[in-house]
Design a protein around this ligand. Structure first.
Ligand code: GLN
Length: 449
């Protein structure tokens, strides 16, 4: 057995109780490692764990759903093709909230993942398996997807680095769509440099994804040490209430560190951010209700053995049987906000709020080179703590969803721990396609910690 493979398997076995991985197929892996060992590139000899909503040919793609537990991908997502071309090794598929809906990885049909830093706590979500895989030392890199924070929030909870690139910077071809106008694939890694390394490989126009951007990519590694960020915008008005005192303390400390390091701290205002959760849960559920219509037990998904007597019953029963409660809640909400009579009151209105949030960021970024926000309002919560209270779960996305709404890049970097040793993260935001800047400031912060 190849040493990369045996190292990975050993680490995987020793962390089984954390339930990080959904699929580790050793015979597929042996074959894959053999083929990849002749590919020379920037990722040669490096492993990548992949969130289970990104297609890898020959491996299951369950999306954390019972509906897709027997689905095996017939093709590779573009990001997977690019990683393979760069010599990387796809180690396996990581656990996630069903169809990427959630903030704790507890909404997975494959059971919850535990946080490697504090096993009775959640790892965040929905890319909780990917973040935990990095934190537990299972892999060099992981891929996640971020629709409203699903890379940055688990990165913060697990004490690793997570990047949501600009919308369209990375191809979504082969990513199972949740909310197509918000979804982005991105890296979860131990260091900011590794984040830049993986972005370098996966970013860029893809003919298979019409929403991927023509904008030239940059050399994300070359300028990493030359931090071009002079001024950092902080929306102090958002930090006055609702923030856990220890998260606030870590945030304030980070601001102090940056100021001492010569960054100019600029007060900015993001007045429409308080509408972002409401707008997000309208836009995201509306798009999800449409994207998930394909899961009907005919085109995709397993069938209910009962099988219904009419075609409508047949679909309804398959969906009743296949989807978990959170996915059903979102489909119902999304269908409602799109229904005639309510469309203008909810969906059309949320689109207007989307514009206002985007403009808030534009104005702030005219005053400062980058923006600093907490990644989450609270440190990681305990398993089960928010399970019966979807609203409390949704509110944990308060600092992340607006970034997807505006389409800008966001990087979550570790910012120390609470007194109980729970990881805390901080977010750096930049203008559209300014991944370089965001990574540079992240690199500076990392070096100052
Ligand atoms: N937690 C958010 C949600 O539940 C974000 C999910 C995501 O980014 N995929 O929708």
């Amino acid at each position: 057995m190849h040493s990369i493979l045996s190292d990975f398997i050993r680490q995987y076995e020793s962390t089984r109780d954390l339930n990080i991985m959904v699929t580790v197929d050793t015979s597929w892996l042996e074959d894959h490692v053999r083929k990849q060992s002749s590919v020379k590139g920037p990722l040669s000899g490096k492993t990548v764990v992949v969130k289970d909503n990104i297609n890898v040919r020959g491996l299951p793609c369950t999306c954390g759903s019972a509906f897709l537990k027997n689905y095996v991908s017939p093709y590779n997502a573009t990001v997977i093709e690019r990683i393979m071309k760069a010599g990387g090794i796809i180690a396996g598929k990581a656990n996630m909230d069903e169809f990427a809906m959630g903030s704790s990885t507890e909404y997975s049909a494959m059971g919850a993942t535990r946080n490697p830093a504090a096993p009775d706590h959640v790892p965040g979500g929905s890319s909780g398996g990917s973040a935990a895989a990095v934190a537990a030392g299972l892999t060099d890199y992981a891929l996640g997807s971020d629709t409203g924070g699903s890379i940055r929030q688990p990165a913060a909870f697990c004490g690793v680095v997570g990047l949501k690139p600009t919308y369209g910077r990375v191809s979504r071809y082969g990513l199972t769509a949740f909310a197509s106008s918000l979804d982005q694939v991105g890296p979860l890694t131990r260091t900011v440099r590794q984040s830049a390394e993986l972005l370098q490989v996966i970013a860029g126009k893809d003919a298979c994804d019409a929403s991927s951007s023509e904008t030239e990519t940059e050399d994300y590694l070359a300028g990493l040490e030359k931090d071009t960020v002079r001024s950092v915008g902080v929306p102090f008005h958002l930090l006055e209430e609702g923030l856990h005192p220890e998260v606030k303390a870590r945030f304030d400390e980070t601001v102090r560190i940056l100021e001492k390091h010569g960054k100019k701290i600029v007060e900015i205002s993001l007045p429409h951010l308080r509408y972002s959760i409401a707008a997000y849960y309208i836009l995201a559920t509306a798009e999800a209700s449409s994207n998930l219509a394909r899961f009907d037990g005919v085109r995709y998904g397993s069938r209910n053995p009962g099988n219904g007597s009419t075609i409508d019953d047949f679909y309804a029963e398959n969906r009743e049987y296949g989807f978990g409660p959170e996915v059903k809640r979102r489909i119902m909400l999304g269908t409602f906000v799109l229904s005639s009579g309510y469309y203008d009151a909810y969906y059309a209105r949320a689109q207007k709020v989307r514009r206002l949030i985007y403009e808030d960021f534009q104005k702030a970024l005219n005053k400062a080179d980058a923006i600093l926000l907490p990644a989450t309002p609270n440190p990681p919560f305990r398993l089960g703590e928010h399970l019966d209270d979807p609203m409390a779960m949704y509110l944990s996305d308060i600092f992340t969803v607006s970034v997807n709404i505006a389409g800008i890049p966001g990087l979550s970097v570790p910012a120390g721990h609470t007194q109980d040793g729970l990881p805390v993260g901080i977010q750096i935001l930049g203008g559209l396609y300014e991944e370089s800047k965001v990574l540079q400031l992240g690199n500076t912060l990392e070096s100052l910690q």
